[in-house]
Design a protein around this ligand. Structure first.
Ligand SMILES: [Zn+2]
Length: 87
């Protein structure tokens, strides 16, 4: 399951924006997901990734942002409980 919020914390508050990109590190043919981010925090996340790579906390490789499929708000009617059928 993907988080439903951007992974960035600012001033000790979790960003409440929905994630727009999956952040991953590409090493040879492997891809390591490190988090998700909204468009606004892309640069914050790439800076953070470089810091973590320098500290050896995550593999060094190419950072990649894959756009999440936009969820059309038109498709959402009420809350998700509406879709649960018990019979
Ligand atoms: Zn954000």
């Amino acid at each position: 399951m993907l988080p439903d919020k951007c992974s960035v914390m600012e001033e000790k508050k979790q960003c409440v924006n929905p994630p727009e990109f999956i952040v991953s590190i590409v090493v040879d043919k492997d891809e390591y997901m490190v988090g998700v981010t909204c468009d606004k925090h892309k640069h914050v996340v790439s800076g953070k990734v470089h810091i973590l790579q320098n500290e050896g906390k995550i593999p060094s490789g190419k950072i990649s942002f894959s756009q999440l499929k936009a969820v059309g708000t038109d498709c959402i009617h009420g809350n998700s409980d509406d879709f649960i059928q018990l019979d």
